[in-house]
Design a protein around this ligand. Structure first.
Ligand code: KMH
Ligand code: ZN
Length: 311
């Protein structure tokens, strides 16, 4: 478990949780997202997790042209594994969320394993220079359920299977693991699984060590010790790095990025995604680990390579 090993660092470069008023570092335009992804890769990220935003306002969007521009732009400049979201943003239909997989057939994409309240509204009360849409977006989550019903899960699984896209299963609470086991039992999601434990969203499980260990042990009971690969995305600071440290000790991989966390120290905002990746790589070094290359990540997770992508 603690032997030196290549660790897969994923960078979630922009997301749909944080809003532009919170940090000027959040890349909004395709060009900025591409540049930030390249810098994150050069800092040690093997996987880039991708959302796209309206270039004018920074609002989350599912626009296929923007996804294509970003995916092509990154792929032209580095061999990182590109992992677009099917989670999207709060106002998107499932059709809109899965189109990027249907049309662009990425190597990987996120697969959100259950429904839950996704509360960003406490942020709306902060004294920040919000655009009108930002405050409405945040406040709107007071009455928002991030919907992933069993019918939705069946649809996303079918879309990913048809596209040859490996799902990264986003698990926010322990019950989502039982949803996943149900899908595996029905042959709708193939093993070996890649699980991302996403902890710290208001409405799902907390970014606490004992919650992570409980969910990991539950996954091991369901899918076998060593029977799956896994990573941890702690939301916020210091959770992002505290849970990353636990993951490194227990055999997991790590996700960092401005999608989930805007601070590089308690007293310092991150200036870029690369800042956050550099800190993660330094943490790896404390445990004698090296960041995995994209091809090592493909081998660890079981990816077929980018030759079959549609972009
Ligand atoms: N923003 C994370 C809390 C997705 O994009 O599909 C969840 C996430 C899932 O990244
Ligand atoms: Zn995301």
């Amino acid at each position: 478990m603690s032997e030196p090993r290549p660790v897969v660092v994923t960078c979630a470069v922009t997301g749909a949780m944080t809003v532009p008023a919170q940090s000027k570092a959040i890349p909004l335009t395709p060009g900025d997202i591409i540049a930030s992804a390249i810098e994150a890769h050069e800092a040690g990220a093997a996987i880039i997790h991708i959302h796209v935003r309206d270039p004018e306002t920074g609002a989350p969007t599912a626009d296929l042209g923007l996804f294509r521009e970003v995916l092509v732009g990154i792929r032209e400049r580095c061999d990182a594994v590109l992992q677009p979201t099917t989670g999207g943003g709060t106002s998107m239909t499932l059709d809109e969320r899965v189109r990027v997989v249907e049309e662009l057939r990425p190597e990987m994409a996120t697969f959100n394993a259950g429904s839950f309240n996704f509360g960003l509204f406490p942020l709306a009360g902060r004294d920040l220079p919000f655009q009108e849409w930002e405050r409405a977006y945040l406040e709107g989550t007071r009455d928002y359920v991030f919907r992933n019903t069993f019918a939705d899960l069946e649809r996303v699984a079918a879309v990913m299977t048809a596209a040859g896209t490996k799902p990264e299963i986003e698990v926010y609470d322990v019950g989502h693991l039982y949803n996943l086991a149900h899908l595996v039992d029905r042959g709708l999601v193939a093993e070996p699984l890649q699980i991302q434990f996403v902890l710290g969203v208001l409405g799902a499980n907390a970014a606490e060590v004992d919650q992570l260990v409980h969910m990991l042990r539950t996954a091991e009971r369901l899918f076998g010790v060593g029977g799956f690969t896994w990573s941890v995305a702690g939301v916020g600071y210091p959770a992002e790095y505290q849970l990353a440290a636990v993951s490194l000790m227990l055999g997991g991989h790590v996700r960092v990025g401005l999608e989930d966390n805007l601070r590089v120290r308690r007293t310092a905002a991150a200036d870029s995604n690369a800042d956050l990746v550099e800190k993660a790589v330094a943490l790896l070094a404390f445990f004698d680990h090296e960041p995995a290359t994209p091809d090592e990540a493909r081998q660890i997770i079981g990816l077929a390579g980018a030759h079959s992508v549609g972009f």
